[in-house]
Design a protein around this ligand. Structure first.
Ligand code: HEM
Length: 528
């Protein structure tokens, strides 16, 4: 069993400088003053009123009053751990990212798993997608892979994300339901968004009620790009496969566990790591040459589609191991700030319109969640690379940058960093020819919403199919508006007629034929 602190890991070493141990220490104020009575406030007489001058009481209560920060707008409920990523096979042929080039190289990581819809105090066993976010502390800067345990997403364009989240979160009038998706607004939205049907099949399957965080797959979801030393680009899809296999609980178990131990997944992860039974995943990539961009019968930029492993096998090239629990949940798990745009040279994002919107969203939300443009200085967010730039000031600035100059060009010198060339590790976006009309529209190549949904449904074994059917019946039976149930069933009919008929019968509606696809895709709309 690894000792609690492995200081050979550069990130642990850096965090250690910010870690305190209170045992056998005198209690102090925030100014370091030793306190001799932590039981009683300062009063005017033993039974008299408290004195305003009691700066010790004031400091203690004021700090307590400000303990809470906003929870994440999505993925509020989560658990995290430290670990290591080890590269077993070099990907230098495809990417110049150092942590993916040098065989045997180990990179410190912090991983946070989460549910999406529930608040920070909600149950771990809700039927939901699970977040699978990894921060790699590489020597070239932080690289974040902010993925999920399901390889596709509900929507194709970031424009719809606030609508999706408003539909899935508790309804605004009564704040019900807190965690599950079984309600009118969610299914109303889904029934009007045929692009969500592939992901709905996954979300209604056993994948959405994992047995343990240690037994889930992780996916980057979007198509990303690898760029090698010579500047050649390949498309890439990221995968994590749990060494323990993929396992789920049954819905009946999930509801019982939720009642008995809402911290079930959090406890499971913590205990496994404390007991030295370190969770492990194989890291794999699907590599697609640039020339093959249009080889598939779907668009690589469409996040509601996956690249079938039979067409492009997953090459396993690394191992992710979680081996240390955080010392402090708030300081580490809560304050960590992931962002799909935190890249290193050799990795770039694609033009996936969902991913493009995410690139704006994360820093924006973290500015209000963590409250300062200097949140990158919080120990868990710090790069192991020293940060050098001309940014300065702002709330809670920690770094003390020396020198007179914080602009460039300048002729005074002293304190001004220089730009790094690509060959010296400077990041450069992959050069790409882009031209077209400015249009608010969606590509025709995004229009098939049912083929992969069908493939997924048909890939399920008989008991898995039964679970999926029962999930749909349970969820839709909670929907109070019959027209919504009917529209969802109409969507299911495009996937599997028997499934639609069964669900319709159980939730008391008819299978009616919908137009395919319905009006939510303005793909052939005249932009003028
Ligand atoms: C968290 C936005 C799609 C995975 C978040 C947060 C926001 C957000 C605002 C909270 C971040 C924070 O407070 O630190 C969006 C937007 C999306 C989108 C605008 C689409 C346009 C996705 C997709 C995935 C994903 C497709 C998976 C591939 C995650 C994960 C977290 C997260 C894992 C939790 C990170 C953590 O553990 O701190 N997202 N998201 N999101 N998102 Fe997204």
């Amino acid at each position: 069993i690894m000792k609690k602190k492995d200081l050979s890991n550069e990130k642990s070493h850096q965090l250690e400088d910010h870690t305190t141990d209170n045992s056998d220490q005198a209690l102090t104020t925030n100014q370091g003053l030793k306190i001799n009575n932590n039981q009683d406030s300062l009063k005017s007489g033993e039974r008299g009123p408290s004195l305003l001058e009691d700066f010790i009481l004031r400091e203690k209560i004021t700090h307590f009053d400000h303990e809470r920060i906003p929870e994440r707008i999505v993925h509020a409920r989560g658990s995290g751990a430290h670990g290591t990523f080890k590269l077993n096979r070099s990907l230098a042929k495809y990417t110049k990212a150092k942590f993916l080039s040098e065989e045997g190289k180990e990179t410190p990581v912090f991983v946070r798993f989460s549910t999406v819809a529930g608040s920070a105090g909600s149950t771990d066993l809700a039927r939901d997608v699970r977040g699978f976010a990894i921060k790699f502390y590489t020597e070239e800067g932080n690289y974040d892979l902010v993925g999920n345990n399901i390889p596709v997403f509900f929507i194709q364009d970031a424009m719809k994300f606030p609508d999706l989240v408003h539909a899935v979160k508790p309804e605004p009038d009564n704040a019900i339901p807190q965690a599950a998706s079984a309600h009118d607004t969610f299914w109303d939205f889904i029934s009007l968004m045929p692009e969500s049907m592939h992901m709905i099949m996954w979300a209604m399957s056993d994948r959405a009620i994992p047995r343990s965080y240690r037994m889930m797959e992780g996916f980057g979801v979007h198509t990303f790009k690898f760029i090698n030393e010579a500047g050649k680009m390949h498309f890439v899809k990221f995968h994590f496969k749990p060494k323990l296999g993929v396992h789920s609980v049954a819905w009946d178990e999930a509801t019982k566990i939720s009642g008995k131990d809402p911290d079930f997944h959090r406890r499971d992860l913590w205990d496994a790591i404390e007991n030295g039974s370190f969770p492990e995943w194989d890291f794999g990539v699907q590599i697609i040459p640039e020339e093959d961009e249009h080889r598939f019968d779907f668009d690589l930029l469409d996040p509601t589609k996956l690249v079938p492993e039979e067409e492009v096998p997953v090459e396993l090239v690394g191992t992710l191991t979680l081996n240390r629990n955080p010392d402090n949940f708030f300081a580490e798990t809560e304050q960590i700030a992931f962002h799909p745009g935190h890249l290193v040279p050799g990795i770039d994002f694609s033009n996936d319109p969902l991913l493009q919107g995410r690139l704006f969203s994360y820093t924006d939300t973290q500015l209000s969640r963590l409250g300062s443009p200097n949140f990158h200085e919080i120990p868990i967010n710090r790069s192991i690379n020293t940060v050098h730039n001309n940014q300065r000031d702002g709330h809670m600035r920690q770094q003390i940058s020396k020198g007179k100059v914080s602009y460039e060009p300048n002729s005074i010198g002293g304190g001004c960093p220089f730009q790094a060339m690509w060959k010296d590790g400077g990041f450069a976006s992959q050069e790409e020819r882009v031209d077209g009309h400015k249009v608010r529209a969606r590509s025709q190549s995004f229009v098939d919403h049912y083929s992969q949904a069908k493939l997924f449904y048909n890939s399920q074994s008989a008991p898995e199919k039964k679970h999926l059917q029962n999930a749909l019946i349970f969820e839709l039976s909670k929907v109070t508006i019959p027209a919504i149930r009917e529209r969802v069933v109409g969507q299911l009919a495009f996937i599997d007629k028997d499934l639609a008929a069964l669900v319709a019968k159980k939730v008391g509606v008819e299978v009616t034929e919908l137009e395919q696809p319905n009006g939510s895709i303005p793909a052939d709309a005249d932009p003028k």
